[in-house]
Design a protein around this ligand. Structure first.
Ligand SMILES: [Fe+2]
Length: 487
């Protein structure tokens, strides 16, 4: 049996069709996988980068390509002994490889500290040339240019196995990550840009609209947590498809992904796949991420984790203004007790918010402060968040607290310490973006105004006096819960 491919070269996010003439009736777990060419064929069945099961009478399948900066091939593996034995290598495709090993891939945007700044980042296979971003107000005239910087990491930088062991399902060379900081951007202005170098080639031209500067503006945010990537998680695909359509059709100011981002869990290539999948979103609106427990999976080797150290590159609690909203990300993966540096930083930031300039105050983190799902045992970090941070947020009149970690959606009344109060915080659990779903039963807590366990995403629209929150199901893109707050 031969596997044929529709192209021998590809660019990131291209589709390649694999076709074959069936010569055997497949077992239910026969599969076609995509492999690094150096993986041994007879013994390497399980060393795929990705795979899909073969159905009876199937003769073709489509693959969305991730530029892993190396030659790849498709292989068909079939189970021996009437589908009860080991996998045997049955067929192979011609080698497919990136048209450009230094294609700018994984483009994404993030806010800088200042309102006139934007970070533009991408990945290639080389650090030989200074990365550049050409940008302007007209796609036919990218009149300005900024240079950036390049970093990478090696297996020895990772804390522990499997992240520091080479292999298609462990560490792979991540390429080189380039970041360019654009300055002096005008507010509420659309810029067109491309990244790359003359030597290695340029990306397509993308666009973003910088955030508004004044408190009388209106903004629209998308928010979720716990997504992962497709096809590993089908829910992630439905979120990416819905959010991508919304970002293309609506004026979205930025996106908040509050932790548990790719679920790579030490499989380096899944970061390439995740960043490739979100590129259509993240190249168009700033993709602002917070840390979750799956960005912090190691249990040994923590001395290599830069986030506990004062040097560059470590995790910092982050805050930023988007129009009339001040947003603070804090970390539930680092100490937040009264004596911690994070608590001091958080209080300092909350105290300094000018509520006449940013009337709305939204905080976000990964782990939940509340859920009415019955937990056994009760989550201790939840109780610690209620003990240490809820009084702080109440004192500084936080409007909305976003979190995830539980894979479900739940929205409270304005509340404080388990009770609805007029001047309380609206607690919103938004961990329903793709990484499977909870099935726990609910306690019937009085503060819980709506909850469900479906895939979806949320949106916040705000001007200086009015905030409208909506929760959408991916299945039909319909609004299933909403609330408004007024100043
Ligand atoms: Fe989590």
């Amino acid at each position: 049996m031969d596997l044929h491919v529709s192209a021998s070269v590809y660019a990131s996010n291209n589709q390649i069709e694999v076709t074959w003439t069936p010569t055997l009736v497949p077992c239910s777990d026969d599969f076609i996988g995509i492999y690094f060419v150096e993986i041994p064929r007879p013994t390497g069945a399980c060393d795929y980068f990705d795979y899909e099961f073969v159905q009876t009478n199937q003769t073709s399948m489509w693959w969305q390509m991730v530029n892993l900066r190396r030659p790849l091939e498709f292989r068909y593996y079939s189970r021996d002994h009437n589908c009860s034995g080991n996998y045997s290598f049955a067929a192979i495709s011609p080698v497919v490889q990136p048209l450009n090993y230094n294609e700018p891939t994984q483009l994404h945007l993030a806010y800088g500290d200042r309102i006139d700044q934007m970070f533009v980042s991408f990945v290639t296979n080389s650090s030989s040339y200074i990365p550049q971003c050409q940008y302007g107000l007209d796609p036919s005239s990218l009149e300005w240019q900024m240079n950036g910087t390049t970093v990478t990491y090696t297996a020895s930088d990772m804390c522990e196995g499997k992240a520091n062991t080479w292999g298609p399902q462990t560490f792979i060379d991540p390429g080189f990550m380039h970041t360019i900081l654009l300055n002096s951007l005008r507010p509420s202005t659309t810029y067109f840009y491309r990244v790359g170098t003359d030597e290695h080639g340029w990306s397509s031209i993308f666009s973003f609209t910088n955030r508004p500067v004044n408190e009388d503006s209106e903004v629209t945010l998308i928010a979720y947590g716990d997504m992962g990537l497709s096809p590993v998680e089908l829910g992630a695909k439905s979120t990416i498809d819905r959010v991508r359509a919304r970002v293309m059709s609506t004026n979205i100011t930025c996106l908040l992904h509050i932790g548990d981002i790719s679920y790579a869990r030490g499989i380096g290539a899944l970061w390439d796949a995740f960043m490739t999948q979100v590129e259509p979103i993240a190249s168009h609106v700033p993709y602002m991420v917070g840390i979750g427990n799956h960005e912090y999976d190691h249990v040994t080797g923590g001395e290599k984790d830069p986030s506990g150290a004062p040097g560059p590159g470590g995790f910092r609690p982050a805050c930023f203004d988007v129009g009339p909203i001040h947003i603070v990300y804090y970390s539930t993966e680092h100490d937040f007790r009264h004596s911690s540096p994070q608590y001091a930083w958080l209080e300092g930031d909350l105290r300094s918010v000018n509520r006449s300039r940013t009337p709305w105050l939204i905080v976000g983190s990964h782990r939940h402060m509340y859920t009415s799902e019955l937990e056994n045992p009760v989550d201790l970090i939840k109780l610690m968040l209620q003990l240490y941070l809820e009084p702080l947020f109440y004192k500084y009149h936080v409007d909305v607290n976003f979190y995830a970690h539980r894979h479900s959606y739940e929205r409270s009344c304005p509340m404080y310490q388990n009770k609805c109060v007029d001047d309380g915080i609206t607690q919103v659990l938004i961990g329903m973006a793709g990484q499977d779903l909870d099935s726990s039963t609910y306690s019937g807590a009085e503060w819980s105004l709506y909850h469900d366990q479906q895939y979806g995403y949320t949106q916040v629209w705000a001007n200086r006096t009015y905030l409208h929150f909506t929760y959408y199901h991916n299945a039909d893109d319909a609004i299933v819960d909403q609330f408004t707050l007024n100043k």
